[in-house]
Design a protein around this ligand. Structure first.
Ligand code: ZN
Length: 184
C-alpha cells in the first residue's frame, strides 16, 4: 500500500523535526514477529538496501543454539539472504553489479515484547542483511521485485521505505504483493 504524498511529506517533516521521537518509534517497531523492514536508498548510480527481520521469521527460532541442524538453517538463511539476485529482482533496463552483500545473525537481550509477554527478559535475535549495488541507467529502474517471501513464508508483512530522486515512498508488501514500484 502506498501512502499519499502529503502523508509521506508530513512523516518526513516529523522525522526531521522530532528525530528522538522517530528513533524511539522505530525501536519499538523494529522487532515484531511476522514483520520485517526493508530500507532502500537510490541515487543516480547506487542502490543501498538494508533488510532487518526477527530471526523467528527466517529460521523459526531466536535462541542461541549449538544444534547442528539449527546452525545449518542459520547458515542457509545467511546464504540466501546475502544472494541479492535470488531474493530480489530489478525491473527495467538497468545493469547493476552487487558490490556488497552481507547477512548476519544479531542477538538482542531486551525486556519482553508483547508476543513474549510472560518472559521478563526474553532473548531476541534478528537477521540483518545489507546490500550495495553499482548501476548504469538507474533512471530506468521501474520497480524492485521482492522474492524473499518464497524463501521465508513466515514474513507476513514487509515494511518498505524508499528514498530516491522523486522523494520518499512507503510500501507494505506481502506474499501476494511483492513489487516496489518507483514512480518516475
Ligand atoms: Zn523476538
Amino acid at each position: 500500500m502506498k501512502n499519499s504524498n502529503s502523508m509521506t511529506l508530513a512523516l518526513a517533516s516529523l522525522m526531521l523535526t522530532l528525530p528522538s521521537v522517530h528513533a524511539n518509534a522505530s525501536e519499538l517497531d523494529a522487532h515484531e514477529h511476522g514483520s520485517a523492514n526493508l530500507d532502500i536508498a537510490i541515487d543516480t548510480s547506487t542502490i543501498e538496501m538494508r533488510f532487518e527481520s526477527p530471526a523467528v521469521n527466517i529460521v523459526g527460532f531466536e535462541y542461541a543454539t549449538e544444534d547442528e541442524q539449527q546452525l545449518l538453517l542459520i547458515n542457509k538463511a545467511k546464504s540466501n539472504l546475502s544472494n541479492f539476485d535470488l531474493i530480489y529482482g530489478l525491473v527495467g533496463d538497468v545493469s547493476c553489479q552487487t558490490v556488497k552483500s552481507s547477512a548476519k545473525w544479531v542477538t538482542e537481550h531486551e525486556a519482553g515484547h508483547d508476543d513474549h509477554g510472560e518472559v521478563a527478559k526474553a532473548e531476541h535475535a534478528e537477521f540483518i542483511a545489507e546490500y550495495r549495488l553499482e548501476c548504469n541507467q538507474l533512471n530506468n529502474l521501474a520497480a524492485i521485485d521482492v522474492k524473499m517471501f518464497e524463501f521465508f513464508p513466515a514474513i507476513e508483512d514487509l515494511d518498505v521505505q524508499v528514498v530516491y530522486s522523486q522523494g520518499q515512498i512507503k510500501y507494505e508488501l506481502d506474499a501476494n504483493n511483492t513489487l516496489i514500484k518507483l514512480d518516475r
